[in-house]
Design a protein. Structure first.
Lengths: 292, 487
């Protein structure tokens, strides 16, 4: 520590130095006003008061709680509850209004879209993707291909009761397992698969009797998928006209789906989500643009 | 730590912090004092009464000329209405304010500090109250030394009462800028005002009372950054409150200097009367030259001029002058005053430029706005008929006070492109019409589908154009239409 007893006065400014020197530079002692120091003390006192009032010091397995009982977690829960309560006014209106009318009411539409977007992210996105584009086995909700219908009411029903779900009102439509249940031989499956592929614009194997495939189609498939492969929405039989298949677009995929088909399940949401949210989801999914 | 060291440390803190020396500025009169009073009346008049000025904006709009409406996120200044996204107007104002400060400094030093700064204005007002109640400099010094008599307590109590009244009024005026003033005044009088109003009044009462009553020059010397900045900005041609030492030195008492003069020895005009020091609100001796503590209010000029007149010497021993002129006079040259010089021209030009840009922006301010956000997921959707669809989130703003309809058109797409807006109120010739409420925004989802027969390139620049239905106001926004990358 520098010797402060030997006070030195700077010749130019006439100010005493502190006696601190670095490489020949000497620090002048221009005293700060005392109130500056007192404000510093005041901040120290403030900190101590804060420790007493609010949660502050970490302990081994807990922390000091503070006498005010402030708790940000509870504040967040209270804010959430308030948000739900504030929303209930709109939610009630959504329940009372028909889907068609919701889309015509600026305010309700805005609420339904926002509410639907949030619910979609929480409940639907894991399978259908954040943007609703789906993936193999999980339908794309953005495009205009709807297995069970893309009107507001169709979407609403699918959302409420699901597809092949536990619900009594679930949409049921089973593709028979033509191979596994030995309804068709391996060769016949090959012929039908190639026939369908040829109509959907998928590359086919060479040397296959497509005419035989067509006969097989008419006998086994047309009842559900239609005479012209256009599909029948009521039974959930998708159109086979274009290669836009839920379970893959290659010839192998088509063959596999005939021989031992996958029948995917969509859960019903009537018992998991409140009616206003299901309706909001309906409007939101419809707004993707593919809705009919 | 030994006891010895502790005493050592103790000695340090004694020296490193000093009690602020109390300043007792004396009253003076003269040109600059009159300017200061005038500016004080104008600035405080504006501050206290501006919120009460009405300005008719028609129905559904506040009629307060200057209002910052936090709740509805709008700021009003007479005919100007600012939305939160237009806060760049404020940026422009701040740029102008900063450069105006530079310009003032290049022309005449710290005239902001000396005449216009709120700290100066309120301190001046508080000093006036203090002087009216406790008397001028000598009486106040004496009163401080007096024992606590009944009279002293009375004077002090009166002073603090009036100080607090002014401080309260200051805080009260502040909150009026954020609410309808007459309504809030009534609410305050009947104790029905929102809590936040009382809290802000409390905060500003406290700061006004403390800063103008007690901190005063300490704010300028220790808290304000401007003295440091201005010291770096000034030059030898800037007018500053200057003691003309070329004329004043060697100083001496009137008698002493007269004696010197009689003997033919050099004698300055400064008679060392300390009037300049005693009237100074920051306790500066201007004769030491320009210094950080000096706010350049010019009161020492008034004080010195009064003395010079009394002793029959020309006024202006302390005056607004430049460093350059002192040198010139010492060399026997005429003083020069160059207000128009490179830096003042540049500052003025910057102010004019920013002002012109802001004025242009303001006069051409759109009363409708559109912003377009392309869907990220999915970027595009292929439809079963071969067409491609893109989704956009479009936000329309209506800055008028009545509901308006906008027709949406997407340019740059092939003919027979389908444009849909989810929630559109109607369509005209295939173009969606969207109604937006008064003074608000509306978000719609817009779906653009290319015709099935069109071969769309990977990316097509498009322009979203909205046309207002009555006045035909047009606003556009650019975006792109994406399609699959076909080999």
């Amino acid at each position: 520590m520098a010797d402060t007893h030997n006070k030195e006065v700077d010749q130019i400014s006439g100010v005493e130095t502190t006696g601190h020197e670095w490489d020949g530079l000497k620090e002048l002692n221009n005293p700060l006003p005392k109130w500056w120091l007192y404000i510093f003390y005041a901040t120290v006192v403030w900190a101590v008061i804060y420790w007493v009032l609010y949660p502050s010091w970490p302990l081994v397995s807990s922390y000091t709680k503070g006498v005010l009982g402030a708790n940000q977690r509870q504040e967040a829960i209270a804010a959430y509850d308030k948000g739900v309560a504030d929303r209930s006014e709109f939610a009630d209106k959504i329940v009372a209004t028909s889907l068609e009318d919701i889309t015509k009411d600026q305010e309700l539409l805005q609420f339904a879209l926002a509410n639907g977007q949030a619910a979609f992210g929480d409940n639907c996105a894991p399978c259908h993707g954040a943007g609703g584009t789906g993936s193999e086995g999980y339908p794309n909700l953005q495009d205009d291909t709807w297995i069970w219908g893309g009107t507001l009411d169709d979407i609403h029903t699918t959302l409420l009761y699901g597809i092949r779900s536990d619900s009594d009102d679930a949409r049921i439509g089973d593709m028979p397992a033509f191979g596994a249940d030995e309804l068709l031989s391996k060769e016949e499956i090959d012929q039908v698969a190639n026939f369908v592929a040829s109509r959907a614009g998928v590359e086919t194997d060479e040397g296959i009797d497509l005419a035989a495939g067509q006969v097989l189609y008419e006998d086994n498939c047309a009842a559900c998928h239609g005479d012209n492969l256009e599909g029948i929405q009521e039974v959930g039989a998708p159109s086979l006209m274009s290669a836009n298949y839920l379970y893959g677009n290659s010839l192998d995929d088509i063959r596999a789906q005939i021989a031992n088909p996958r029948n995917g399940v969509m859960p019903g949401w009537a018992e998991r989500l409140d009616p206003a949210t299901v309706k909001s989801l309906t409007v939101y999914v419809h707004s993707f643009g593919g809705g009919q | 730590m030994s006891a010895d060291t502790e005493t050592h440390e103790g000695e340090h803190s004694e020296e490193w912090f000093a009690s602020a020396k109390k300043i007792y500025p004396m009253a003076t009169h003269g040109l600059f004092r009159r300017i200061k009073w005038t500016l004080l009346f104008i600035t405080l008049g504006i501050y206290y009464f501006l919120p009460f000025i009405r300005y008719d904006r028609g129905p559904n709009a506040p009629d307060q000329a200057v209002l910052i409406d936090m709740e509805h996120r709008r700021a009003y200044f007479f005919f100007i209405e600012i939305w939160p996204q237009e806060v760049y107007y404020l940026t422009g104002l701040l740029i102008i304010a900063a450069v105006a400060l530079f310009l003032m400094n290049a022309v005449a030093g710290r005239i902001w500090c000396g005449y216009l700064c709120p700290q100066t204005v309120w301190t001046d007002l508080f000093l006036w109250v203090e002087r009216k109640i406790e008397g001028d400099r000598r009486e106040r010094i004496a009163l401080d030394k007096d024992p606590w008599t009944f009279e002293k307590v009375g004077k002090r109590a009166t002073k603090h009462f009036f100080w607090l009244m002014i401080a309260w009024w200051t805080g009260g005026a502040w909150v009026l800028y954020f609410n309808d003033a007459p309504t809030l005044v009534w609410q305050l009088l009947t104790f029905q005002a929102p809590m936040v109003a009382y809290v802000w009044i409390g905060i500003l009462t406290a700061t006004t009372y403390l800063l103008a009553g007690f901190m005063r020059e300490q704010v300028c010397i220790y808290m304000c950054p401007w003295p440091r900045i201005q010291a770096a900005l000034t030059d030898e041609k800037a007018l500053n409150v200057t003691y003309r030492w070329d004329r004043g030195e060697p100083r001496g008492s009137l008698k002493h200097n007269k004696k010197l003069e009689a003997q033919g020895l050099p004698a300055g005009d400064c008679i060392d009367c300390f009037q300049c020091f005693q009237v100074c609100p920051t306790g500066v001796d201007i004769r030491k030259g320009m210094q950080l503590d000096c706010i350049q209010c010019g009161l020492c000029i008034d004080a010195c001029d009064n003395i010079m007149t009394k002793i029959g010497k020309p006024t202006g021993l302390i005056a607004y002058d430049t460093d350059e002129n002192i040198e010139r006079r010492l060399e026997g040259k005429e003083p020069v005053y160059e207000i128009v010089r490179t830096r003042t021209v540049i500052y003025a030009a910057v102010i004019a430029l920013v002002g012109a840009i802001m004025l242009f922006a303001l006069l051409n301010r759109d009363f409708a706005d559109i912003s377009v956000l392309h869907d990220r997921n999915p970027v595009f959707v292929e439809q079963s008929d071969g067409s491609v669809r893109n989704g956009y989130t479009v936000r329309l703003s209506n800055k008028r006070r009545h509901p308006r309809s906008f027709m949406l058109h997407v340019e740059g797409m092939p003919p027979n492109t389908l444009v849909e807006a989810v929630g559109a109120d109607s369509t005209f010739a295939g173009r969606p019409i969207v109604e937006v409420g008064p003074d608000t925004t509306r978000e719609v989802r817009v779906l653009v589908s290319s015709p099935p027969e069109a071969e769309m390139p990977h990316s097509t620049p498009v322009v979203f154009r909205i046309t207002e239905s009555v006045m035909g106001e047009v606003v556009t926004a650019k975006d792109t239409f994406k399609a699959p990358d076909k080999p």
